[in-house]
Ligand binder design. Sequence first.
Ligand SMILES: [Zn+2]
Length: 314
Amino acid sequence: MMSTPRDHSDGCWIVGEAVVACLSLILNPTVCRQHLYTVESMIRFQCNCWCGLLLTLMSWHTQALTLQGEFVQGGMLTGQVEPGDRVEVAGESLRVSEQGVFIIGFGRDAPIESSIRVSRRGKELETRTIKIARRDYDIQRIDNLPKSKVTPPKRDWQRIKRESAMVKEARSLDEPRTDFLDGFIWPVEGRISGVYGSQRILNGAPRRPHYGIDVAAPVGTRVIAPAAGLVTLVHPDMFFSGGTLIIDHGHQLSSSFLHLHKILVKQGDRVEQGDVIAEVGATGRVTGAHLDWRMNLRSARIDPALRVPPMPER
Ligand SMILES: [Zn+2]
């Protein structure tokens, strides 16, 4: 077996390399991480002590910020920082849980690049560019809708305005609960009849894009809570969305369920994942019985289908 005795100059070289590596780590983390790996493999057999120090520094650095989730328009990321750290995205400060968890949502047309900044007691720790993928969306044509539902008559404008303010209010709740951490399940199973981001052309006129996922199911089919949360809105019959229910999952992430036949919970109720909360209906502006499930995270409308496994085969 080959064994080379270490001399003093080797030791100095290792110390020098380690100092260079640490400095460049602070100045340029991306380049330096590769540098560190190289240094680490070179000194692994020479000095366990320095190796251990470098690994500690590396993990201290890389754990400043981790992000998991879908890096795509309509996606959501769950981030982890040290408890007490401050996180900002595009200059907006995010809620960070006591465990250092936070969430970021990307809207339908979110910019493909944004920047996230982590700081601790006013001192910047890391600024990172987040890149997401652009998506293509379906265009859906729906004809033969009653004219009154495509262009609301003037007498309904006040009602529509009032209802949209109620929905906005319910979605603005910002609580420290982290019900979203346990993941999501399908609130109802069936054929997917409408997808996120699609744009509808109703009776020939282009409308706002569709932000929910539609699951076709007969009137009366049980709807279950996709995740735990707090019921923030129950309305039996809104102009567009009919029977409407909103559940807040914490950190201003909410699920909305539209066109319901019956709602089986009350405003202020706490629900657990899997609890029966409502029945599928065909209320409001619809062409048939289905559940329209939407998700909002702060100002972003995100895609619920990305939060759940593929729809089971039937
Ligand atoms: Zn829908």
